[in-house]
Design a binder for this molecule. Structure first.
Ligand SMILES: *Cc1c(COP(=O)(O)O)cnc(C)c1O
Length: 393
């Protein structure tokens, strides 16, 4: 079984490029060039150098001693929370801004929900001196004032999407419309392993630096490159794709994907796509998504903004359907408690997205000598008010 993308842009039956004809030239230009550009030595040199000097890579692979003792297994944390801007997202935006420059694009657009991808995009546009337009639902703009302020400070223009539910999917529609109208000079930076081919593959490759580093670091610490399990939370699936990437074809490595159950899978307030989704098309890609019987996308819910997405990337849909990945869903409550647990045991306050991955140890048992790597996708500073309100801190 092949778990990576094939020539046609599919992972099993998932993926492809289901796009309006008017978008075809833009996506096709990217498809024809992305592998060529990424395999260029000068491109790799510049990418690696920025990851080192600007992002602060390699991020540590930290043995969490007290956390391990509590759960009677060996847990390593891949510290993506220590990346510049506080999460893994910047690995991808650095890669894509360099891609945009190679394709001679001078204008960058993005869509954002909670604003985290918008901030990561505005950051690299400031770094490169490129114009940056971020589409964001009008309601999200109200809810996420600090990230809107960050984007403005970084020089980006934040454009409200005022149609529909005024949230992420409407912002995505606006960004796509913009791209159709500016095919020559504009690159659209998508923030996860979603969207039409080649985006899922391109983003997975940029994020694959995570598992590339885990291999080297684990060899140093444990004498072997592979853990028994690699665990990551899945919104769209980019931090997970990066953490799994170099282990996809190694059957000795168990792949564990953690989704947001929200208030519970059966409550109608959930984002657990593998449990609730059916095959459909979202964001130009065939994948699993939460939808009504007539195929209307269902509004997802999670306490964590980054997991509040009605689909998963096609790689993950395939990992689920083929049985290669073990999918676990975690409620708001369990994730919030895991966030406190890690803070008190290790002095690390995780993002609530990440807390979902940490929560599995309460129910999923591992052997004492299992080596389990958890991708610590982001830090909790951005979630402080949610933690405060939830626990009356
Ligand atoms: C955005 C985000 C996620 C979810 O996005 P993926 O593409 O699934 O990785 C997870 N954790 C953090 C900290 C995030 O900022």
């Amino acid at each position: 079984m092949n778990y990576n993308v094939n020539e046609q842009g599919y992972y099993g039956e998932f993926g492809g490029a289901y796009i309006p004809e008017m978008l075809y030239p833009n996506v096709e230009e990217l498809r024809q060039n992305y592998l060529k550009v990424m395999s260029d030595d000068a491109f790799q040199k510049e990418f690696k150098e920025l990851l080192k000097e600007y992002v602060g890579r390699p991020t540590p692979l930290y043995y969490a001693k007290r956390f391990s003792e509590k759960y009677n297994t060996k847990v390593y944390l891949k510290r993506e929370d220590l990346c510049h801007t506080g999460a893994h997202k910047v690995n991808n935006t650095i890669g894509q801004i360099l891609m945009a420059k190679r394709l001679k694009k001078t204008r960058i657009i993005a869509e954002t929900g909670a604003g985290q991808h918008g901030v990561a995009t505005a950051t690299v546009c400031a770094l490169m001196g490129l114009e940056c337009i971020v589409y964001m639902g009008a309601i999200d703009i109200e809810r996420q004032a600090p990230n809107v302020a960050r984007m403005k400070m970084l020089g980006a223009t934040v454009v409200p999407a005022t149609s529909g539910s005024k949230t992420l999917k409407d912002a995505t529609n606006e960004a796509i419309r913009d791209w159709i109208n500016h095919p020559e000079d504009t690159h659209y930076i998508i923030g996860s392993v979603v969207g039409p081919h080649p985006y899922p593959d391109m983003v997975a490759r940029f994020q694959s630096v995570i598992s590339e580093e885990i291999k080297t670091q684990l060899l140093e610490k444990e004498g072997r490159e592979h853990p028994d399990y690699v665990v990551a939370c899945v919104g769209g699936g980019s931090n997970a794709a990066g953490a799994y990437y170099h282990y996809l074809d190694n059957p000795d490595v168990g792949i564990i994907a953690v989704e947001a159950a929200g208030k519970g899978i059966d409550t109608g307030q959930s984002a657990a796509t593998s449990a609730l989704g059916k095959v459909g098309i979202i964001h130009g890609s065939k994948t699993l998504l939460m939808q009504t019987n007539d195929g209307q996308i269902t509004e997802p819910y999670s306490i964590s903004a980054g997991l509040d997405y009605p689909g998963v990337g096609p790689m993950h849909a395939h990992l689920f359907q083929s049985g290669r990945g073990e999918f676990i869903s975690i409620t708001d409550k369990a994730s919030m408690e895991a966030g406190i647990a890690l803070s008190k045991l290790e002095g690390i306050i995780p993002a609530i997205e990440t807390s979902h991955a940490l929560a599995i140890f309460e129910t999923r048992k591992f052997k004492p000598d299992d080596i389990v790597v958890v991708n610590l996708s982001g830090r909790g500073d951005k979630d402080l008010t949610t933690y405060i309100d939830y626990f009356n801190l």
